[in-house]
Design a protein around this ligand. Structure first.
Ligand code: BGC
Length: 349
């Protein structure tokens, strides 16, 4: 079968190649790939900056934002042939650490977790893949191709849950939320916050293209420019850019008792000690919490599935701005300014 593979930590090694059919040890449920979303992590792996091949292998099958159709449910599963499914990304570490022991692998403490398409387990960019039934999530069939947005939605389901948990430390009734970055994660965060009844603001650097209208059609307010110029103090900020300046400004702009949740992974070197003290002082004097959030456990996959199922399909459709065939996967790894979510499509939903 055809698969998109890469030799992790070696730039320029991504290719479409023939590999053997999926190993039955990877799971009893056999799935035919429909589509796989591409995100910044995939681009980093293809650029040789991140990723780990399975033990004993040189190459890793890419892809962690899956959508597929069950071809063979196997013996011990409740799935039926034809069901639309997505695969959970992370697997608990084998020790296991206390978090993984209770199913909270997203909070793994020893870093020995594995992740499909990222860390030591093959991903979903192959014509067929296998999965353990307990790590497959059924997708509302009316979502069709939009089910490919489920994985990024899990990241947001977890992030918003973190913000809500933190809010319980004191009397806190959030009204306004600012989302920085109108990429797929930011727009899904805006959607989720809107569904929770909040007043939503989205900030991005672009002034034209599809993003401002997508934000406005959600009933949210679009801002471009600096976080410090938005004109109000948000109760919560969901930071989805990973850009140092945006993060620093968010920490200055957040309202008293508010939470800044960081979901973007950026690079930028060491912050000076003085700048760090200023950031800390702003947080101390306003009782702020700055929390990082990564990955998602089964509860978040369940919540994300429900959230997407309730969302407006026409609005969700606008998030998928480009579909590429597997043979053009290199094009899927390139970003154009108007791209939101680019997917590699293997078959029809
Ligand atoms: C994925 C997460 C993963 C993280 C770090 C993200 O792109 O969505 O599932 O935990 O990368 O590897």
């Amino acid at each position: 079968m055809k698969a998109i593979t890469v030799e992790p930590r070696k730039p320029g090694t991504a290719r479409l190649e023939d590999i053997p059919e999926p190993d039955p040890r990877e799971g009893s449920v056999l799935v035919e790939a429909i589509a796989v979303g591409v995100c910044g992590t995939d681009v980093e792996i293809a650029e040789g900056k991140y990723g780990w091949a399975p033990p004993g292998a040189d190459r890793l099958v890419l892809g962690h934002e899956s959508l597929g159709r069950v071809i063979d449910p196997g013996l011990a599963s409740s799935f039926k042939k034809g069901d639309l499914v997505v695969g959970i990304v992370r697997r608990p570490d084998p020790v296991p650490c206390p978090s993984c022991a209770v199913g909270e692998w997203d909070m793994c403490r020893n870093g020995k977790y594995t992740e499909r398409g990222i860390k030591e387990i093959h991903g979903f960019m192959s014509e067929r893949w296998r999965i353990e039934p307990e790590y497959a999530i059924k997708v509302d069939p009316t979502l069709g191709i939009l089910g490919v947005l489920l994985e990024p939605t899990t990241v947001i389901a977890k992030a918003l849950e973190q913000v809500a948990f933190i809010g319980r430390r004191s009397f806190w009734e959030p009204r306004t939320v600012l989302v920085t970055g109108a990429g797929p994660i930011g727009l899904l965060a805006a959607l989720a916050a809107k569904m929770y009844g909040l007043e939503v603001h989205v900030l991005d650097r672009v002034e034209d293209g599809p993003k401002p209208a997508i934000v406005r059609d959600l009933g949210a307010t679009y801002h471009s420019g600096s976080v410090t110029a938005i004109g109000f103090e948000p109760d919560a900020i969901i930071e989805c850019t990973g850009v140092g300046k945006v993060i620093a400004d968010s920490i200055q702009a957040i309202g008293a008792s508010g939470t800044v949740c960081l979901t973007g992974v950026g690079h930028g070197g060491i912050v000076s000690a003085a700048a760090c003290a200023d950031i800390a002082a702003a947080s101390v004097l306003k009782n702020n919490v700055i929390v990082g959030s990564v990955n998602a456990n089964k509860r978040h996959w369940y919540k994300a599935g429900n959230l997407l199922a309730r969302a407006d399909r026409n609005w969700l459709c606008r998030l998928i701005t480009r579909r590429e065939r597997p043979e053009n996967f290199m094009r899927a790894l390139e970003r154009t300014p108007d791209d939101i979510k680019v997917i590699v499509q293997f078959s029809e939903p």
